[in-house]
Ligand binder design. Structure first.
Ligand SMILES: *Cc1c(COP(=O)(O)O)cnc(C)c1O
Length: 420
């Protein structure tokens, strides 16, 4: 192998170590439990476990469930959790108390929120969506309009086409702020203003923005939003998502999954449904309490770290990764699948490579965990609360070794797993 040219000083490992020493977010790494020898670049898919979450989960299982039994609905505040944690999430996404509930998963929440939006625009039939969005969003709305049977249609528009697609026949604009694959950021303020100007309602999906960057729902005049907590908020596998409805809509909004938790008086056990006042009417049924309890630690960490600092470090980690890949792997066939300017992309970077799948499997075998999205995308997430600059340097070093030794061509890395 030819001797590699020396890296410029600012890309040396020593420079990365020096950045860690000066990093105000550095101490947060001590709040997470991660396996030894792993560099975790997949917090955009499933965040790692906050140590406090594990302790809290144990305590809740033993004290509240095993000992408290059914009394814990009152004594441990279980029944209020969707509201209490919703208010904490509100503080992370530019919403006010009473505008957010934590509940269910994003797919289900999106169904309810879009149904509510469509009901508020009964004379309009068009829904604008980005076709390349994470597919569950498309699937859920396709199922919703099929079963509604009122002739709604989806007008698919990619990033550059969205402005032209928002016309005065649009009922709802349903978009994800940060794209799950490319990480491109849509202009929430401008798109929401345009939707408002033509009388359409907005439903924003914050799955890849909540916990990753400052979000200003009310500052952008957003109508409705959903998001998940198991990605950048480190809530745990399958932790419930959340729904936001601007206060100005709450008295008028209706939704189709009218279960007892959304009733005005659930314990009156009335025969007929009557919606709760406020955001509570967006609930349906009994919540996964242990998962909800486990999620609070991650929400708490995000609030303490602060989203501006989180975003700044995430950008810097991503820029370092990008610069190192360009400097060390410039001829290895990796094409940037994300906006080149870090200001235009969210918390992860996508690269396109014809052999993305075995390369990612080889990386994971060496303790560098990212993920693969068919057909050719590999993603690296820069969730900064448990990542060091030196980890980024080391991750690229491992990638460099895998490419130069050809390890990725080992047949062991060709077999495709069920979850990628
Ligand atoms: C992660 C993600 C989801 C996940 O939906 P679930 O119902 O939690 O499985 C939905 N939409 C987008 C855009 C996502 O990134």
């Amino acid at each position: 192998m030819a001797t590699a040219p020396a890296l410029p000083a600012h890309l040396s490992r020593a420079a990365a170590v020096a950045m860690d020493a000066a990093d105000p977010l550095g101490p947060f790494i001590g709040e997470f439990t991660l396996p030894e020898g792993v560099i975790y670049l997949n917090g955009n898919s499933l965040g790692p476990s906050p140590t406090a979450a594990i302790a809290r989960l144990n305590e809740a299982a033993i004290d509240e469930w095993s000992k408290g039994l059914v009394t814990s609905w009152n004594r441990a505040g279980w029944f209020q959790l969707p509201y209490r944690l919703g208010d904490r999430i509100a503080g992370l996404i530019g919403a006010d108390p009473g505008e957010v509930v934590m509940t269910d998963g994003t797919s289900l929440n999106l169904f309810r929120m879009v149904a509510a939006a469509l009901a508020m625009r009964p004379d309009r039939r068009v829904i604008v969506m980005e076709g390349s969005n994470f597919p569950t969003d498309n699937y859920v709305i396709q199922g919703l309009i099929e079963t509604l049977g009122r002739g709604h249609v989806i007008r698919f528009a990619e990033k550059a086409e969205i402005t032209a697609a928002i016309t005065d026949d649009v009922a709802a604009v349903v978009l994800t702020q940060v794209h799950y694959k490319s990480a491109h950021i849509l202009d929430m303020a401008a798109i929401s203003a345009q939707a408002r100007a033509v009388g359409a309602l907005t439903v924003w999906d914050l799955c890849h923005s909540a916990g990753a960057m400052p979000v200003d729902l009310n500052g952008c005049g957003v109508d409705f939003a959903v998001g998940c907590t198991y990605k950048y908020l480190n809530g745990g596998p399958g932790s419930p998502g959340f729904q936001f409805a601007a206060a100005r809509h709450q008295a008028d909004m209706v939704q189709p999954l009218t279960g007892w938790w959304g009733h005005a008086a659930p314990f009156a056990f009335d025969r007929d449904y009557a919606p709760a006042t406020g955001i509570g009417r967006m609930l349906t049924g009994t919540q996964p309490i242990l998962s909800m309890i486990a999620a609070e630690a991650g929400i708490d960490i995000a609030a303490r770290a602060g989203l501006s600092a989180t975003r700044a470090k995430s950008r810097a980690l991503g820029e370092l990764f990008q610069a190192l890949v360009a400097a060390r792997l410039g001829d290895a066939g990796f094409g940037l699948g994300s906006p080149a300017d870090a200001g235009n992309r969210g918390g992860h970077i996508a690269f396109e490579h014809a052999h993305g799948y075995p390369i990612m499997k080889a990386l994971i075998s060496k303790g560098v965990i990212g993920d693969f999205r068919a057909p050719t995308t590999i993603r690296f997430g820069f969730s900064p609360l448990y990542l060091r600059y030196a980890d980024i340097w080391d991750a690229v070093d491992v990638l460099h070794a895998i490419m130069t030794t050809g390890l990725w061509q080992d047949p062991a890395f060709a077999a495709v797993d069920a979850v990628t």
